[in-house]
Write a protein of this length. Structure first.
Length: 206
C-alpha cells in the first residue's frame, strides 16, 4: 500500500513539473512573439516616411510640367508697394522654374523663386533639394540653417550673417518648391512679404 502511494506521489510530482515547464515555455514563446511583433511594427513605422516620400516622387513623375506662361502669371507686378524689378521663367533644365525680384531701395530687396517638381526632372529636384535638406540643423559664426514649421508645413530656414539675408523654402500645392529670400529685410518682414504674395494661388495652377 505504501509502495503504491509512493509511486503515485512520484508520478504526480513529475506531471506537475512537466506542466510547469510547458507553461513556462508557452509564456516564453508568447513573450518572444510579442517582442518580435513590436520590433517589426517599430521597423515598419520608421520606414514609413521614406516610403511616403518615394511614393510622392513616383506620383510627381506622372504630372505634366507647368507652362512658362502659367508660372509667369503667379508673380504679381507689385507687392507691398514694391514694383517688380525683374523676372524670368524657363524650363531648360527639364522642370519649370521662375524667379522675380522686388526692391524697396538699393540695399533692401526680396526675391521669389518657384520650382515645379512635376515630371522626371522635377521629381528628382524635389528629392535632392527638399527631402534631403529636411530635419537638419546647422549653426556657426556665419549664420544658421534649420527645419521649422511654416505655413502649415515643414520649411528650411536659412540666415546668412554676412549678407544679412533670410531665406524660407517650402513646398506648397504638393508640387511647387518655393524659396523666398530677403536682403536686409529681417525675418518678420520676409514672412509679411510671403503673406502678400498669396501663395495659395499656386495650389490652383495646372
Amino acid at each position: 500500500m505504501k509502495k503504491n502511494f509512493f509511486c503515485a506521489f512520484i508520478l504526480f510530482s513529475l506531471f506537475a513539473c512537466n506542466s510547469d515547464s510547458s507553461k513556462e515555455k508557452k509564456e516564453e514563446t508568447s513573450t518572444t512573439t510579442s517582442s518580435d511583433n513590436s520590433s517589426s511594427s517599430s521597423s515598419s513605422s520608421s520606414a514609413n516616411p521614406q516610403d511616403e516620400a518615394q511614393k510622392r516622387i513616383e506620383e510627381l513623375k506622372k504630372i505634366p510640367t507647368i507652362s512658362n506662361d502659367a508660372l509667369k502669371s503667379f508673380f504679381p507686378e507689385e507687392v507691398m508697394g514694391m514694383k517688380r524689378s525683374s523676372f524670368s521663367v524657363n524650363n531648360m533644365t527639364g522642370y519649370a522654374m521662375g524667379t522675380a525680384e522686388y526692391k524697396k531701395d538699393d540695399t533692401t530687396r526680396y526675391q521669389v523663386m518657384i520650382y515645379d517638381c512635376a515630371g522626371e526632372a522635377g521629381s528628382a529636384f524635389y528629392g535632392m533639394s527638399y527631402l534631403a535638406a529636411l530635419n537638419m540643423e546647422r549653426e556657426d559664426e556665419n549664420g544658421y540653417e534649420k527645419t521649422v514649421k511654416y505655413m502649415g508645413t515643414k520649411a528650411i530656414e536659412v540666415y546668412n550673417k554676412g549678407s544679412n539675408s533670410y531665406t524660407e523654402s517650402f513646398l506648397t500645392g504638393e508640387r511647387f518648391w518655393v524659396s523666398l529670400m530677403g536682403d536686409n529685410t529681417g525675418l518678420d518682414n520676409l514672412k509679411s512679404f510671403a503673406d502678400a504674395l498669396d501663395l495659395d494661388k499656386l495650389k490652383s495652377l495646372k
